[in-house]
Design a protein around this ligand. Structure first.
Ligand SMILES: Cc1cc2nc3c(=O)[nH]c(=O)nc-3n(C[C@H](O)[C@H](O)[C@H](O)COP(=O)(O)OP(=O)(O)OC[C@H]3O[C@@H](n4cnc5c(N)ncnc54)[C@H](O)[C@@H]3O)c2cc1C
Ligand code: FES
Length: 314
């Protein structure tokens, strides 16, 4: 899902005219093959040094990679040493990471906090493009720059059960949340959906924390179909104190509608492209129900579903 506000400007921020003309080859970063971005004519813009600004102002800090472990093709766990951030981290919050020299890609990328120890933070990452490819090759001892923890955490229940709905890598923030619930003696149930069994990660670790029901679109594991089918059936038999959902926009909208029909509060963890991460650029804006926008970086990423325009997600 994409932010709507100034989202088109994000791609301009990531365009480098010197590189596009081959003048920056091998200086800040290797020149990639010409792309659609190089045909933007007068609208091409040089990087604005946003990361440099954040770094100079102490908002982005260096850390060492503690470990990097491949979980399945296209998925890995990255653990960084961040003793200043780890004690402050709450489940549902995210951190922005950058681990490449120069400004290509320009922007740090946001990742949910998957787990934490006293001095480290871990991220469950799916390889999607250039930034996640760089992160997937990091080795212990190498440097990564981080900014966070950012955003609002997931709510905690008073006493009842919470149902979690995860689609694909939307699972990422729920591991930390489940550990937090368990430490407080609270219970949860996880509905976990993916395209195929190869996209299901950390299943046995999750099953140690709560009951897990799985759905795959190709039927290779668990119930064939969508994770929302599992939720629909479960809601016919009972209801939790509230539902948390994280995953692709279509799934989030479906969960929001199911919760509304069943009279169960739903909170959605939204994804959006981010530039400043500080509420300044509107790059992460998504449509608010009834008009206006919600800023995912500072007002989210967790929102009550009733505040989000579900029909304009994705
Ligand atoms: C609050 C928040 C938490 C996130 N947590 C996680 C996490 O825990 N694990 C994880 O793997 N990813 C997470 N993401 C998404 C992650 O930020 C993107 O995968 C990453 O920015 C991709 O960077 P890239 O340079 O590798 O890919 P790009 O080259 O930027 O993009 C590659 C492809 O992925 C698509 N894409 C890029 N970013 C997103 C996005 N945010 N949503 C949907 N599609 C996107 C692009 O359209 C493109 O098709 C989170 C995003 C947000 C906003
Ligand atoms: S990323 Fe700039 S306002 Fe959210």
């Amino acid at each position: 899902m994409r932010g709507r506000g100034l989202c088109p400007y994000l791609s301009l921020l990531e365009t480098d005219p010197l590189r596009d003309r081959g003048l920056r080859k091998g200086f800040f970063s290797p020149a990639p093959p010409p792309s659609a971005a190089s045909s933007r004519g007068p609208f091409r813009r040089a990087p604005l040094g946003l990361h440099l600004f954040l770094r100079e102002n102490g908002l982005v800090r260096p850390a060492k990679v503690r470990s990097r472990r491949r979980l399945a093709p296209g998925y890995f766990l990255l653990e960084i040493e961040a003793p200043e951030a780890a004690p402050r981290a709450r489940p549902g919050q995210f951190v922005r990471l950058k681990a490449w020299p120069g400004y290509d890609p320009l922007l740090p990328r946001p990742f949910s906090i998957h787990a934490r120890s006293e001095k480290t933070l871990s991220f469950l990452i799916q390889e999607r493009g250039r930034a996640t490819a760089v992160l997937s090759r990091l080795r212990p001892g190498e440097e990564v720059w981080w900014d966070g923890p950012l955003g609002h955490p997931f709510p905690l229940p008073e006493r009842g059960e919470v149902w979690l709905v995860a689609g694909g890598v939307g699972l990422a923030p729920f591991f930390f949340y489940l550990e937090t619930l368990r430490a407080r003696g609270l219970s949860a149930r996880l509905f976990y959906g993916a395209r195929t069994r190869g996209d299901l990660v950390r299943l046995s670790a999750l099953e140690r924390l709560c009951p897990v029901q799985v759905a795959t679109e190709d039927g290779s594991r668990g119930r064939p179909g969508l994770v929302t089918d599992l939720l629909r059936e479960a809601l016919k038999k009972g209801s939790p104190e509230f539902i948390l959902a994280c995953g692709p926009p279509g799934m989030l909208a479906a969960v929001g509608h199911l919760g509304e029909r069943a009279g169960v509060p739903v909170y959605l963890s939204l994804e959006a492209m981010m530039a400043c991460g500080r509420g300044l650029c509107l790059g992460c804006a998504v449509s608010r129900k009834g008009g206006g926008y919600l800023k995912v970086c500072v007002e989210g990423p967790v929102f009550p579903a009733e505040e989000v325009d579900l029909d304009r997600l994705g």
